[in-house]
Design a protein around this ligand. Sequence first.
Ligand code: ADP
Length: 159
Amino acid sequence: MKTAVYPGSFDPITFGHLDIITRASAMFDNLIVLVMDNSAKHSLFSADERVKMIREATANLPNVHVELSHGLLIDYCKLHEIHIIIRGLRAITDFEYELQIAQTNKEMSHGYVDTVFLTTSLQYSYLSSSTVKEFASYHADVSHLVPAFVEELLKEKYK
Ligand code: ADP
């Protein structure tokens, strides 16, 4: 059984994330979407809210499981015997950051984990959780960027 983990903040989940999840879930027997609860990052949605949102958004994908981590990604991977990390790449700006993290994770885990990059589908290449929040905070229509129930939750937050 090949299992991969797709870690991220997912604050909130967007159609860009869902595109990566759908494609990765077709490549592996199991895909764990791992919400990283990183105390250094201020998030709009709580970790539990983000887990719940992703579970709802991926309910149609039976081999996708959503979990929460408060610690280091490589510790999670070792504990659960997962060797493959999935990350998405949008633009060259992502590449520099992602390359550094991927190499650090490989080095710090002594080669236990490797990172597989999936390039964004073109229609989502501009899409990020931060821009969704920015637009939603001004009550703009974000229905083409996130699932309808996420848009409703954003409206609640910015009421
Ligand atoms: P993080 O804070 O860990 O970067 P994000 O939730 O912002 O968490 O992103 C998680 C992963 O999803 C990252 O690898 C990011 O590059 C990727 N990603 C985000 N938006 C998109 C998109 N529109 N298309 C492809 N990959 C994306």
